[in-house]
Design a binder for this molecule. Sequence first.
Ligand code: RAM
Length: 514
Amino acid sequence: MSLSFVEMAESLKPDLIEKKVYPTRLVEAEADSEAFQGWAVRETGSIATLRDRAFTKGDSIILDFGDHHVGRLTLSLESVDARADSPVRLKFIFGEMPCEIAEDFDEYNGWLDRSWLQDEIVNFDVLPGTYTLPRRYTFRYLKIEVLSPARKFKVAFPDIYVTTETSADVTQVPPLPDDMPEDLREMDRIAVKTLQDCMQTVFEDGPKRDRRLWIGDLRLQALANYYTFNNHDLVKRCLYLFAGLRLDGGQVGACVYEKPEPARDDIYLYDYSLFFVSTLYDYDLASEDRETVNELWPIVMEQIELSLLRLDEQGIVKDDASWYCFTDWHEKLNKQASAQAILIYCLKRGLALAERLELQAEAAAIRNHIELASEAALTHLWDERQGFFVSGEDRQISWASQVWMALAEVLDPQANAALLERLFEVNPDIRPMTPYMYHHLIEALITVGNKDKALEQMKAYWGQMARDGADTFWEVYNPEDKKNSPYGSNLINSYCHAWSCTPTYFIRKYFLQP
Ligand code: RAM
């Protein structure tokens, strides 16, 4: 009997690799207008001094674990001066970034639930004792506030460590050549660590938040993975989850959950459902696993057909209130042109897959759709006078629309290259907001043959993130507004985010030879 898609996915669930990591120093966060988001971290003592200290109500310490980690905290507690005659009550605050241990979570008023912020009050009944907290945390910094004891005894922390978890096997990552410039080597290292910490039993988008599988993120993680950890089974598992958990209309949903059992979310994003096509295309190239590709091919056709239903009589993606396409976190961005371009981009990958699978009739049908959708884009979205693609009723000109049209290669190669040059010259106001959109900008520059500009942009963006102190690359980064958040508070941003891990893909795919 053949397995259902979800059963197949579950049969591929990986074991997690664990490692014990100890804190490296004691620190404090201090206000510093020069530092990223206004918080600098200053060393207050060596970790060795922790063993000799005893704490009472009102005391607190901040431990620095030296790098970003995902895992479970274990700590040993001892009573000092007298036997513990009451439980010990501790508050733990875990932070990926200094802002999380410096600012008060109770003042948080962002749009996502506060419960994503990682803090906890825990009572420990028996001392001495060694305890492992039940939840997984994502952090570099840990603040411990002692809420009790206040009277007879004090509490000491003779041992404390995190057991990290990931399905990424670091021994698989090929070393970079010795002559790789230091800034790129560093960017690659941070990107690989970002991917590593997001690789759990699925490719999570962010191990702090949302800790789930989104297909837009998966697509980019899978690309980076093929050049680093090269774990094909994890991509395969994720593809089967999306295939097996489609929405009622057949669309691949934007994200799925794993626990308590695999389940879909109800979010449908036009672009994200189409990315099933390109993710399978990339998987096929990397793995040559024809059995899987053949089995999942019908879902590709289904996503294509469903997406074509959104075209109006002119062959353009309808832009009304009844749909949502992600493209980027930018509140003013009109998504019509980028959606049209993503449709064409994915149709082209669908065509290549159909040809590889020798499905002539399907290939012919898709070829026809590519012609019609490209023709429609040139007729209705291309503004010859301005030399840009326009989007929506107000004929908006944005970076995202041009970048995606360049990736879809709607114009001939020369005109495509000129489009991106003009984009930099004119610099329309609606700019890329996230590393996700920057990824596409870099890929578009490489597509038109402008590798120098791609490298320059990568260094200006991810390079600046590294200079701003990133241990892992962030979900949101606007060098002009470093507290920027699509959720109303930088505390809730994810500071280890899947869609930010692609510098390693670019470096290893395009920049190994100078
Ligand atoms: C956010 C996350 C995720 C992304 C979606 C669209 O919730 O950042 O990574 O894919 O938005």
